[in-house]
Ligand binder design. Structure first.
Ligand code: ATP
Ligand code: LTN
Length: 336
């Protein structure tokens, strides 16, 4: 891959079911950027991040494979992108350690995601606090310029920039300062059961999200039970009608119709009519991805091949970066 191209890097944690928020907020942009051909593209299943909350080993293993296969089903192409699983490239945890030695604990305690997730742990584990340092390592290992993510990740990218600056100042220029890339139209899709919170794969109530692999029956049921606002007007008003606004946004993303057109189409109609049609639009939109996913899953040898190739390509870049980092820090350079 020509190294004069700028690099994009991003990842999703295999800690649950990938949902439409992950797709529209992040993965859709990855596919578009990959297909534009302007970047070196690197996409990762960040399984080491997943274990910052308790995971059952057999389930984790199957989720890693599921998310990786979904990346391919959604259009990531191993010919155009490096697609790999984080734990197969040990340099991530190696750089994580080094970066943790220059990261103030106070900065980590301020992270919104840490505050939210630590509330759910009986005793707060060091890995959860350190989560953004590992994320910085992911990004910096590949000299990343651009990180396409949803809005909730802005704080982590900001911290990555601060860590990169600190490292560069202390040991010499190595890391470019990465920029976030956010799709403004889908920066935050809200939960179907609570439009005040973002759609999240680790939500306790699975009615919170539409998973990319949900069956038509489940999708109909989840949309039917999605909360609505008081009143009956179908109008986009995120402040006063957050639930209907979220449903209109999802409808617009799937149908590619502007929200204003949907407002006209549904003027004077009941919420139930909108919900019925929305479920069908989602089912239709997800059907090709689900079909592709089934095809790919039926070919585990192909998936294994792509997993190995991705890991080898990522490792080649990551190990070069680590040679440079070790040398800058003052570690011995022994070729054993
Ligand atoms: P978890 O609940 O386990 O934290 P999550 O559902 O928040 O998971 P992540 O793996 O943290 O998903 O996020 C993967 C990518 O999807 C990130 O770039 C994130 O910003 C984006 N993303 C996650 N949820 C949403 C959402 N509701 N709307 C838009 N983008 C989202
Ligand atoms: N924390 C991210 C997942 C993640 C990530 C990354 C995203 C881990 N490492 C590097 C972009 C770049 C999240 O979405 N929860």
């Amino acid at each position: 891959m020509p190294n004069n191209k700028k690099t994009i890097f991003s990842g999703v944690t295999p800690s649950g079911n990938l949902h439409i928020g992950n797709y529209f907020g992040a993965i859709k942009q990855w596919v578009e950027m990959q297909n534009a051909g302007e970047y070196q593209n690197i996409f990762c299943v960040v399984d080491e991040h997943a274990i910052t909350t308790l995971q059952e080993p057999a389930k984790l293993r199957s989720k890693i494979l599921e998310v990786f296969t979904l990346y391919l089903a959604l259009g990531l192409d191993p010919e155009k992108s490096i697609i790999f699983v984080q734990s197969s490239v040990s340099e991530h945890s190696e750089l994580n350690w080094i970066l943790s030695t220059i990261t103030p604990v106070g900065e980590l305690e301020r992270m919104t995601q840490f505050k939210d997730k630590s509330q759910k742990q009986k005793s707060i584990l060091a890995g959860l606090l350190n989560y953004p340092v590992l994320q910085a390592a992911d990004i910096l290992l590949y000299h990343t310029n651009t990180v396409p993510v949803g809005e909730d990740q802005l704080q982590h990218i900001e911290l990555t920039r601060a860590i990169a600056k600190k490292f560069n100042n202390a040991f010499g220029q190595i890391f470019p300062l990465p920029e976030p890339f956010i799709n403004k139209e889908a920066k935050r899709i809200m939960g179907l059961d609570d439009p005040a919170k973002k759609m999240s794969k680790s939500a306790e109530n699975s009615n919170n999200y539409i998973a990319l692999l949900d069956s038509p029956e489940i999708i109909r049921e989840k949309i039917k039970s999605a909360v609505t606002d008081s009143g009956s007007e179908i109008k986009y008003d995120a402040e006063n009608k957050p639930a209907i606004s979220n449903l209109l946004l999802i409808y617009s993303l799937f149908s590619k119709k502007p929200i204003s057109e949907l407002e006209k189409e549904y003027a004077g109609k009941n919420y139930s009519v909108l919900k019925h049609d929305l479920a069908e639009v989602i089912i239709e939109g997800l059907s090709p991805v689900q079909k592709k996913y089934q095809e790919l899953s039926a070919n585990p040898d192909y998936i294994k091949k792509v997993l190995r190739q991705g890991a080898a390509k990522a490792k080649a870049i990551a190990s070069q970066t680590m040679t440079e980092v070790r040398s800058k820090i003052g570690f011995l350079e022994l070729s054993v």
